[in-house]
Design a protein around this ligand. Structure first.
Ligand code: MN
Length: 722
């Protein structure tokens, strides 16, 4: 009997151990917050990434509709609504619905734990790749490190329910299969590589750049080192067919047909023709177009904006508010890839050494390249470099240790070095206590609204809350994490920051115009495509429909009695306390003259919960003080008369009490003390009169326009009456 376990056995043991380790590390967060009620809904933790609610909505709708005959009358009703933006066609939603259907766990449990279990699969290709250079220990160490490395953990932890959970797993499997294809020259890896591309593209449609980069490297390798070997061209051809820009079924059948042909030796002489056909098919179907567009974006910095037709309105763009788009500090970059700067440097050395020793590893360059793009292009890319650099340091550790001939020293030193590189990442996980997206109180409001609102109704709120609103309430929204251009945000910002009269009218207008636009696009699909037909923003169409050429005139006109479009559905407003912190940002989107692009007024709004009182002076932080006796505000070096002082608080029975004290008639800035929230607000007259402040802070609504539906301290729902 052979007492030494076979290589396959060791591989399986390493994979099993690394996978379990990865999952367990993701339960640290669960352990920290076990039983913490504000994070629970339906007896399960809520997710901690906003975008996840999009996939959850799609999966929920798929489950709703499953089992219903598509021809039946109630099909659409059970399934989802026309133009509700539910992503039922996306892979993330489909896979989730599948798991929720076959597993005996609640839907909330499935979406919460899916990232932990799927992302941990990354250990499989890592160990398998190390097998190709006959150093399983390197792969095992790398799998342990990569699965919990800082940025990979952040984007795949329990509750981080987003496409990231497979975004590294799938390209790593692809890397493994092309490496093994080239090394073993076995046909089965041709098929695996092509199938992996199909799955990867299904899961993440933007995957084309990485696939194309792999294709390019294999081509270069084949031309330089192995020109006569037809196997390389088979690999390239089958990859090309899988990468075409057309229906999944067409690509799958092409792949299977080509694979069948490749299995027959007699067709080998046609390989160059087949490769040519595949490349032509790739270009004809437009496979290169998205890559070219992306390159154009990087190289020429071409902006997608600006149509000179129509009124040429100038909208505020979300990019203007995203400051982090710039460069990130080197330390952050290194930490996110390897957990610490030292480990990062040693990993880089190890990776270079690995490239030098094992030439096949050059195929991993696209992943490292994409990861390093993070240094200029934004944090989210770092995860691509994680597993490859982990292989670098894993290789270094196992190579160095193998020089130690005394086994009693070799293995302990390997273990110590491994623990040393894991430690900073463990420390990070232990300290990374991110909250759930919403609190239980907020979700309970939305859940209650679900039983009041119809699925065709709209809930108006800022775009940040779009996905969660749609998931918990199953209604329609005007904006969400994927639909928030300047022209979409303008009316929302206008509604939230303007007086109730104008806000109410704009809400009705924007909802009806949004639906009208959907219907128009549906019935004029051909014209829009053929004639390069431009559909203008809602606000531009309103301006024209009401007979104006200047949007400012139209907006002024909202103060008067105007005829509103026919009401087709109900509209609700979701106003959470959570919006207070971003209210200045919300205001910026409508604080712009659409005709000229200039800023109109600088709204004054300041919120703080750090304050103290001394000798009748209230210190509010940021150099702001309020002299209570004189009613004077000192802001920096400037002294201004305060207008009014308000106090709001909740009584034990839940009743909101409001008190007002007029200080100076001529003043502009008022002070609000929201006692129950331990929060002070300083704001000018415009902000004070805004819909959000009046309806959320004071419950002071115009009875002809709004009806309160649910009023809680954390979020309030009003219904529009016009
Ligand atoms: Mn719906």
């Amino acid at each position: 009997m052979n007492t030494i376990p076979s290589e396959t056995k060791i591989t399986i043991i390493y994979i099993f151990f690394a996978y379990t380790f990865s999952v367990l590390m993701r339960l640290i967060w669960v352990y920290h917050f076990n039983g913490y009620a504000p994070f629970y809904f339906n007896d399960q933790f809520m997710i901690n990434t906003n975008d996840g609610y999009l996939w959850a909505e799609g999966a929920r709708d798929l489950l709703h509709g499953s089992g219903v005959n598509p021809d039946a009358k109630e099909y659409l009703d059970r399934f989802h609504q026309l133009h509700d933006l539910s992503p039922v066609g996306t892979a993330a939603s489909q896979l989730t619905a599948f798991f929720a259907k076959i597993l005996p766990f609640s839907f909330e449990s499935v979406i919460f734990y899916m990232p932990a279990f799927l992302s941990s699969l990354v250990v499989v290709p890592i160990v398998l790749i190390s097998k190709s250079f006959k150093n399983l220990e390197a792969g095992f160490i790398a799998a342990l490190l990569a699965s919990i490395a800082w940025s990979y953990y952040n984007r795949t932890m329990a509750g981080y329910y987003d496409t990231d959970m497979l975004n590294i797993v799938l390209p790593m499997f692809l890397l493994w299969s092309i490496m093994w294809a080239i090394q073993t020259q076995k046909d089965v890896y041709l098929l695996l590589s092509a199938l992996d591309i199909l799955v990867y593209r299904w899961w993440y449609p933007q995957s084309y750049s990485l696939e194309f980069a792999f294709f390019g490297l294999i081509l270069i390798y084949a031309l330089i080192y192995d020109r006569k070997n037809s196997f390389n061209y088979k690999l390239l051809a089958i990859m090309m067919f899988a990468m075409m820009q057309t229906y999944m079924l067409v690509r799958l059948s092409s792949v299977l047909v080509v694979f069948y042909i490749f299995k027959q030796k007699k067709f080998d002489k046609y390989i160059y023709y087949i490769l040519s056909v595949s490349i032509i098919a790739f270009f004809i179907t437009g496979g290169f177009a998205p890559i070219w567009n992306q390159l154009k974006g990087y190289v020429f910095r071409e902006s997608v904006d600006a149509t000179n037709k129509g009124l040429g309105l100038h909208f505020f763009t979300v990019m203007q508010t995203v400051r982090e788009a710039g460069k990130i500090p080197f330390e952050t970059f290194a930490n996110r890839i390897s957990g610490s700067v030292i480990v990062f440097f040693i990993s880089c050395i190890g990776y270079i050494y690995l490239l030098f020793k094992k030439r096949i590893m050059f195929l991993s360059l696209p992943l490292v390249g994409l990861g390093f793009l993070a240094y200029v292009g934004g944090l989210r890319f770092t995860i691509y470099a994680v597993p490859i650099l982990a292989l670098g340091i894993g290789f270094l550790i196992s190579e160095l240790s193998s020089n130690i001939s005394n086994l009693k020293i070799r293995y302990p030193s390997m273990i110590i070095l491994t623990l040393a590189i894991l430690y900073p990442n463990y420390k990070h996980i232990d300290a990374y206590k991110v909250p759930t997206v919403f609190s239980k109180q907020e979700v309970m409001v939305l859940d209650k609204l679900k039983h009041i609102a119809q699925r065709e109704d709209y809930v108006v709120s800022w775009w940040d809350f779009g996905y969660p609103i749609r998931y918990y309430t199953d209604v329609k929204t005007l904006a969400d994490g994927g639909k928030h251009s300047g022209s979409v945000d303008f009316p929302l910002s206008y509604i939230l920051t303007n007086p109730q009269q104008e806000a109410a009218k704009m809400a009705r207008l924007d909802v009806e115009y949004t639906e009208k636009n959907f219907r128009f696009k549906d019935s004029h699909k051909k014209e829009i495509k053929d004639k390069n037909f431009t559909i203008f923003s809602n606000i531009e169409q309103m301006t024209k429909d009401y007979g104006f050429n200047d949007t400012n005139d139209f907006l002024l006109n909202l103060k008067t009695k105007i005829k509103l479009p026919k009401k087709t559905r109900d509209i609700y407003f979701y106003l959470p306390f959570r919006m207070m912190g971003i209210f200045p940002t919300v205001a910026r989107f409508s604080n712009i003259d659409l005709m000229s692009g200039n800023t109109i007024r600088r709204p004054f709004f300041y919120q703080t919960n750090r304050f103290k009182e001394k000798n009748n002076i209230l210190y509010l932080g940021s150099g702001i003080a309020f002299y209570q006796k004189k009613g004077i505000l000192k802001i920096g070096n400037q002294k201004v008369l305060a207008k009014s002082f308000y106090v709001t608080y909740y009584e034990k029975n839940g009743k909101l009490i409001r008190k007002k004290q007029l200080l100076h008639q001529k003043g502009d800035i008022s002070i609000i003390y929201m006692r129950s929230y331990r929060t002070f607000l300083l704001l000018d007259q415009n902000m004070l009169n805004s819909l959000y402040i009046q309806l959320f802070v004071f419950d002071n609504y115009d009875k002809k326009l709004f009806k309160p539906i649910i009023l809680t301290p954390s979020a309030k729902i009003y219904k529009l009456l016009i």
